[in-house]
Design a protein around this ligand. Structure first.
Ligand code: GTP
Ligand code: SPV
Ligand code: MN
Length: 595
């Protein structure tokens, strides 16, 4: 099949990949409906994908990955910069020459008897000055069909690249034998290259997402004066029609998709408030012509956590999955070929197939303490399906950001919300983020770990240099910089239950944040930052949550924070010389305020 571009850099690289992987057949993905329909039909005929109920879930497909391949694998993910110190203490590193030498034999002939699909795609709206082009070659139809949802995929992507540019990210993926012992997710930032092998799970194989749009892009952003962040983007429309945009960085499975699509409580919707979703996972941010910080969502769909998603917790996410969606590792209801997951409703299907493929009686299986869907099972849904997708979603200039919000899962330490004193202190607040681990990556769940800016698994270079880049961006933005906040929806009571209702009610906290950005509400100065007066968090219409509860959620336990400061000091030691002096200054200031 003929190439889709005259660009010699693309064609030369593709030829090299063909020579290496030796596929039986090569297919360039042009993005046409006919081609995608053919691929769907093929995947259904081979059993790789399962067709779901055409009336209830039109255009939807089901896929299951191997039980050993259900999440990102941080211990097998590498940043192969030429110098070890450029990867830094938070990344696995290997010399690029060594890594190429190790992986090349694994790719050699790996696609014999298989088809190689060549996927051109754009991260960001085609034609946007913030967009970037990638090409992924893969032997997986699942990858092609997911990339069709998650990116602007097809021949049009080459329009942005032109016929001569070399500025595209080269992604090579093979599921090979899906052998967990030979699984590697490798970024070569200086080569604009990603090699992924022996996995078929989303975050490891949809190379436009974490590998490119965060790991490679964060490195590009440092060199080119912009930022790639693990952030949702949302717009809050006020009764007067004005829309304020905020971004929020929470670690994996800590609530970005939920916050991005929230439906405000009745008291707010009645007054005319509305929330618009621009992105749910990744933001690319760059100063605009007016000096403010602008954000685009480089993605075109949502790769969202299924369990916990229901009409009450996230109506908009659920609605987004009702057509043209791919479900991975959820359960199937065999009676009507629909899907189910934990907390979708209280009625697990009787005639169910659980995520590993075993036919079970759902209610009995669940009653025995099993999960029908994997905790990290996901939906891949087109952004255009989302009832609250922002009218600015495709705006090539992006949206101007008023506030940046950090947050994570902390049972005790972090209060419901606080504001940093300024950008430098805000950078510090992001750098000391910690959160309980989730099922989004393999390994223990529920262990508190430092996850600066929710970028621990995604920063493509030295985290110390990354903080320096944040500080530098603050200087460029000056008084036009967004205000920086921290939130925590996950404080628990003595029984371990969440105190704050969360979800749509998080609007009450966003409300205060927006008021702070506009300078229309006071705050209380605490050792960790500015906090709301408890009465300034609107609790109208909340069941069992009073201003006293809010006061409790805002309490700062000095002893816990002194412990916290020790933990930060320990963590900071890792970064040695590369720790910006401003960060240690901020730590000293915090300690002084706590003393
Ligand atoms: P990634 O896609 O992995 O980056 O995750 P995400 O940050 O988009 O997480 P998501 O919104 O999918 O939320 C993951 C889990 O957090 C789900 O189980 C949600 O039910 C739960 N969650 C989200 N928001 C809240 C909240 O406000 N309160 C509580 N208690 N749980 C929440
Ligand atoms: C995350 O783990 O933060 C995700 C899902 O958004 S994945 O694409 O698998 O990384
Ligand atoms: Mn994510």
């Amino acid at each position: 099949m003929a190439t889709l571009t005259k660009n010699p850099n693309v064609n030369k690289w593709v030829d090299e990949m063909i020579a290496l992987c030796k596929p039986e057949k090569v297919v360039w993905i042009d993005g046409s409906k006919e081609q995608l329909d053919e691929l769907r039909a093929e995947a259904i005929s081979t059993g790789e994908m399962i067709k779901l109920n055409e009336e209830k879930l039109p255009g939807c497909l089901y896929h299951r990955t191997l039980p050993n391949d259900v999440a990102r694998v941080e211990d097998r993910t590498f940043i192969c910069s030429r110098k070890k110190e450029d990867a830094g203490p938070t990344n696995n590193w290997c010399d690029p020459k060594e890594m190429y030498a190790k992986l090349t034999p694994m790719y050699d002939g790996v696609m014999k008897n298989r088809t190689m699909y060549i996927i051109p795609y754009s991260m960001g709206p085609i034609g946007s000055p913030l967009a970037k082009v990638g090409v992924e070659v893969t032997d997986s139809i699942y990858v092609v069909l997911n990339m069709a949802i998650m990116t602007r995929m097809g021949a049009d992507a080459f329009k942005n690249l032109g016929d001569t540019s070399d500025d595209f990210v080269r992604g090579l993926h093979s599921k090979a034998d899906v052998d967990p012992e030979k699984r590697y997710i490798v970024q070569f930032p200086e080569d604009n290259t990603i090699w992924s092998i022996n996995s078929a799970y989303g975050g490891n194989v949809l190379l436009g997402k974490k590998c490119f749009a965060l790991r490679i892009a964060s490195y590009q952003g440092k060199n080119e004066g912009w930022m790639a962040e693990h952030m949702l983007i949302l717009g809050i429309e006020k009764p007067n029609g004005e829309i304020k945009y905020v971004t929020a960085a929470f670690p994996s499975a800590c609530g970005k998709t939920n916050l991005a699509m929230l439906i405000p409580p009745e008291g707010y919707t009645k007054r005319g408030y509305k929330v618009w979703t621009v992105g749910d996972d990744i933001a690319w941010l760059k100063p605009g012509p007016d000096g403010r910080l602008y954000a685009i969502n480089p993605e075109n769909g949502f790769f969202g956590v299924a369990p916990g998603t229901n009409a009450h917790s996230n109506y908009n996410a659920l609605a987004s999955t009702r057509k043209n969606t791919i479900f991975t590792n959820v359960a199937i209801n065999n009676d009507d070929m629909t899907v189910w997951w934990e907390k979708l409703d209280n009625n697990p299907p009787v005639n169910a197939t659980e995520w590993k493929g075993e036919k079970v009686n759902g209610p009995e299986y669940v009653a025995a303490g099993n999960k029908l869907a994997h905790p990290n099972s996901r939906f891949t849904a087109p952004a255009e399906n989302c009832p609250c997708i922002s009218p600015e979603f495709n705006n090539p200039q992006g949206v101007p950001i008023s506030a940046i919000i950090f947050g994570g899962r902390r049972a005790k330490t972090a209060p419901l919300v606080y504001q940093s004193f300024n950008w430098q202190h805000g950078t510090f607040v992001g750098s000391i983020m910690a959160s309980e681990t989730t099922a989004a990556a393999t390994g223990a769940v529920g262990v508190v770990r430092r996850d600066p800016m929710a970028m621990l698994p995604f920063c493509g270079y030295h985290m110390g240099d990354y903080w320096a880049h944040w500080l530098e961006m603050g200087k460029i933005l000056g008084d036009k910089a967004p205000k920086i906040f921290n939130v925590n929806w996950f404080r628990t009571d003595e029984n371990g239950d969440f105190i704050w209702p969360g979800y749509g009610d998080n609007m009450r906290v966003l409300d205060w944040i927006i008021d702070r950005c506009e300078g229309t509400v006071d705050a209380v100065e605490t050792p960790i930052g500015y906090e709301p007066k408890p009465e300034d968090i609107n609790v109208e219409g909340l069941d069992g949550i009073t201003t006293e509860t809010v006061a409790d959620l805002l309490s700062v336990d000095k002893d816990l924070w002194k412990e916290e400061a020790k933990g930060i000091e320990e963590f900071y030691k890792k970064f040695g010389e590369k720790l910006p002096k401003e960060m240690s200054e901020e730590l000293k200031n915090l300690e002084a305020r706590l003393a």
